[in-house]
Design a protein around this ligand. Structure first.
Ligand SMILES: C[S@@+](CC[C@H](N)C(=O)[O-])C[C@H]1O[C@@H](n2cnc3c(N)ncnc32)[C@H](O)[C@@H]1O
Length: 187
């Protein structure tokens, strides 16, 4: 979370928030940003509505039932995006990262977290439903979307080390027309 820009008017998102492990620290940040949570799973949205009822009522959290490949968020809305252990479930990574680039404002950061693909490939359950990719392929897809990798943090030396890929918009990314910061939350 420290990798994301902060400030009293910050707007951040956790895309593919799952059980809300990333939403909580974003909501607990002292600068109290507005937080958008995006999830494709109806069940995860339902759970988050119950877990974060107070934050939803206060308007600090907005939940969206949507895919990373079609974010219901306005262009340049976000000062920071995290998406952790999500991209291995996405077939069209170019479309997903193009959506992150479209919704990110300058000089915001998009942070992609992944389990190490070599280590994950040794786990039997990743043979089904996972689209494991080398870190270099993910970095190349970020670049195609107009996001330049600024920092590659390697975490842990246990069974599954992790990678955090911190990127910002590069000069080739052209902002989309319109920046009304409007979005249609799911609740
Ligand atoms: C392994 S969980 C990670 C959850 C959470 N980010 C974390 O680190 O604990 C992957 C999550 O990605 C979500 N997901 C999968 N495909 C997605 C997509 N296309 N768009 C948004 N979320 C997606 C799944 O529903 C699931 O909750």
């Amino acid at each position: 979370m420290q990798a994301l820009p902060c400030g009293p008017d910050a707007v951040v998102a956790d895309v593919g928030f799952g059980g809300g492990v990333g939403l909580r620290p974003l909501l607990d940040r002292p600068d109290a940003p507005t937080v958008h949570g995006v999830e494709v799973s109806t069940e995860m949205i339902k759970q988050a509505r119950a877990t974060f009822a107070a934050e939803l009522a206060a308007g600090r959290l907005r939940l969206h039932h949507a895919s990373i490949t079609a974010l219901p968020l306005a262009p340049s809305l976000l000062d920071g995006i995290i998406s952790v252990n999500t991209v291995y479930f996405v077939d069209d990574l170019d479309q997903a990262f193009s959506e992150l680039a479209r919704t990110l404002a300058r000089p915001g950061r998009a942070v992609i977290g992944i389990g190490d693909p070599d280590a994950m490939g040794k786990l039997p359950f990743t043979r089904h439903g996972f689209r494991l990719r080398p870190v270099a392929d993910i970095a190349a897809a970020l670049d195609r979307a107009g996001l330049t990798l600024r920092e590659h943090v390697k975490l842990g030396e246990g069974r599954i080390p992790a990678h955090l890929l911190v990127s910002t918009l590069n000069s080739r990314h052209r902002a989309s027309a319109g920046d009304d910061r409007a979005a249609g939350p799911a609740g």
